[in-house]
Design a protein around this ligand. Structure first.
Ligand code: ADP
Ligand code: MG
Length: 579
């Protein structure tokens, strides 16, 4: 086939493919245009999941009559003049692409009027064919109607998900903008039914409560960090409130809804070791920084950005969240319905109301310490007593230690408790000659090439724990000494478990990976359930746990202990009024 320049129709459909992926992307572009036009009120209406109609009306500044036709032309924008402007974008739009793209795959009508014009202008574009501008009577603002989306690109239509999925995407999108822009009134109608409305009172908690319900709205913790030119504000879940997926971690950066894996990681990391495996926090964070410090021109859909100093942003996000988690208190699950709950640990997640609250001291700010100097302790902590002193009574089920405290009975999971103890000992030790133990005979380990290269990368963190390992020929290593605390363990198994973690892990941050490697090694090394403990061993373990900073969870976030309060016991035995 000969080389030909593609027609305008084809190129605009190709371009539209990047901007208009689904109905929710149309809604996003139209809502962003309304926000850029300083609207105080935005109404969104959707029929048949957006495939039949998407209509967005605003009371913003409007488009001058003689520019209405230009608005739907490709690369036509009022928001950008020169290439330099790209360096400090303050509007949501700037590419001048959205209306033209939407118009090339639908029937688009735009009606708009400015304050100083008597009449508005109306234009319809069908599949890219631009009609004439007509005068119409209307009040100031803009109405955009998108009908029959993808009618001329059947392939795209076929790729759409079920209506329900598309509708949920639209609800999620509009509600997120409604939270971020709390001073704007939003209404969303789906299939002629009102889904929600906000009142422009700039009360984010109220909007979150309306969207997520009273229980969640009440529990969310307010985040507010001002770090000079970076502000992080929003709401995040306390540790008792978790989700089974990461979808409810929402970020706006300079008013723009952003998807960013590194921000997600920073968010998750703030909860590191506080949540159970497979549970995720939720939250809404609004980050503001100088427009010069981000590059928004990364992708046509504008959902990705680049940060000039990403490390600083991530550290601000973590600090902001950690601070409120501490103030909000870390909660310990306690039984208060009956023994059946003891069997089913996962119940704690579904019944946040059954938690009793303990104030916890500041948690170690692990992720902010860097590992560039591996021989320093990773965590420096002054020990703080944040669980009561306990009297060890014995072991039950070869898995739990029973202990008594001033406020009732404690059941301690021996494996989880030992994991926590090892983890804190390792992360807080300063490495000297005496923290490691030389092996009588160096242990030689052969690895596959891929695993060997991972080990080479992770040697520094292993050294910081007290492992002395040297390369010993191709894909072969020699372990010369291991940390005292892990003496007697199978060193090859410990190292292999760390490597597995490194292999599976996706975090882009070495500091965080380091902590996870250590946590994995501790899990491998910790006393297993099923092991008989002597009274002295049980007592030592409880005493070690008392010295920990976060004694109530293992490094993977599971509880180390369950508390049966005196109050509970009295109620259960009918000595006090039953609940
Ligand atoms: P961009 O937003 O990137 O500039 P669009 O194609 O979305 O590109 O819109 C083109 C232009 O149309 C905008 O620059 C703006 O001048 C005008 N416009 C679009 N929607 C509205 C609106 N709701 N209110 C006022 N002007 C609008
Ligand atoms: Mg736009």
């Amino acid at each position: 086939m000969a080389i030909k320049i593609l027609s305008e129709t084809v190129t605009s459909q190709i371009a539209a493919g990047e901007v208009v992926e689904r109905p929710a992307s149309v809604v996003k572009e139209l809502v962003e245009n309304a926000l850029d036009a300083s609207a105080a009120s935005i109404d969104v209406q959707v029929e048949i999941a957006g495939k039949k109609l998407i209509a967005v009306s605003d009371d913003g500044v409007g488009i001058p009559f003689n520019e209405v036709k230009l608005a739907v032309a490709r690369h036509a924008t009022s928001k950008l003049q020169s290439a330099e402007d790209l360096g400090h974008i303050r509007t949501l739009g700037f590419r001048g692409e959205a209306l033209a793209s939407v118009a090339s795959v639908s029937i688009l009508t735009i009606q708009s009027k400015t304050a100083d014009s008597k009449v508005g202008g109306s234009i319809t574009v069908k599949g890219g064919q631009v009609g004439k501008v007509h005068e119409i009577g209307m009040s100031q603002g803009t109405h955009v109607q998108v009908q029959e989306l993808f009618y001329n690109t059947p392939a795209r239509l076929k790729f759409l998900k079920q209506d329900l999925t598309e509708k949920n995407q639209i609800i999620a999108l509009v509600s997120r903008y409604a939270i971020e822009y709390g001073n704007v009134r939003f209404t969303l109608k789906l299939e002629s039914k009102s889904v929600f409305q906000t009142f422009g009172k700039n009360d984010r908690r109220e909007i979150l409560t309306q969207l997520y319900g009273v229980e969640i709205g009440r529990q969310l913790l307010e985040v507010d960090l001002d770090d000079g030119d970076i502000q992080v504000k929003g709401y995040v879940s306390p540790i008792a409130l978790t989700r089974s997926n990461r979808k409810e971690m929402v970020f706006f950066v300079n008013g723009r809804l952003i998807q960013d894996t590194a921000l997600n990681t920073a968010f998750l990391q703030a909860y590191h070791s506080l949540l159970m495996v497979g549970r995720y926090p939720m939250g809404f964070l609004s980050i503001h920084l100088q427009p010069e410090d981000i590059d928004v021109n990364v992708h046509p859909s504008k959902a990705e950005i680049r940060f000039k100093d990403s490390n600083r942003i991530f550290s601000c996000v973590q600090r902001a969240i950690k601070r409120v988690l501490l103030n909000g208190g870390v909660e310990l699950p306690s039984l208060h319905i009956g023994w059946t709950h003891f069997e089913n640990r996962t119940n704690y997640q579904s019944e946040p109301a059954s938690f009793s609250t303990f104030k916890s001291p500041p948690a170690p700010d692990a992720s902010e310490k860097t590992s560039s100097e591996p021989l320093k302790p990773i965590l420096q902590q002054t020990p703080l007593a944040n669980m009561p002193l306990l009297r060890t009574i014995g072991q039950i089920g070869l898995a739990y230690i029973v202990a008594e405290g001033p406020d009732g009975l404690y059941l301690i999971d021996q494996h989880a408790a030992h994991e926590r103890v090892l983890y804190e000992k390792i992360t807080s030790q300063t490495i000297t000659k005496s923290t490691s133990q030389a092996l009588l005979e160096p242990r030689v380990i052969h690895l596959q090439a891929r695993t060997a290269s991972i080990l080479t990368e992770q040697l520094a963190v292993l050294r910081s724990m007290g492992f002395e390992i040297e390369e010993f020929g191709e894909n072969t290593f020699r372990v010369l000494s291991i940390p005292n605390i892990l003496a007697g363990q199978d060193e090859e198994q410990l190292i292999r478990s760390a490597l597995e973690q490194a292999e599976e892990d996706e975090t882009p941050f070495q500091d965080q990976l380091n902590l996870k490697l250590i946590a994995r090694i501790c899990k491998r090394a910790a006393i297993k359930s099923g092991k008989v403990l002597s009274m002295e061993e049980a007592r030592n373990l409880v005493q070690d746990l008392e010295k920990c900073h976060s004694p109530r969870t293992c490094p993977h976030g599971r509880p180390t202990m369950i508390h049966l309060s005196v109050d509970l016991l009295e109620r259960q035995f009918g000595r006090r009024g039953a609940r």
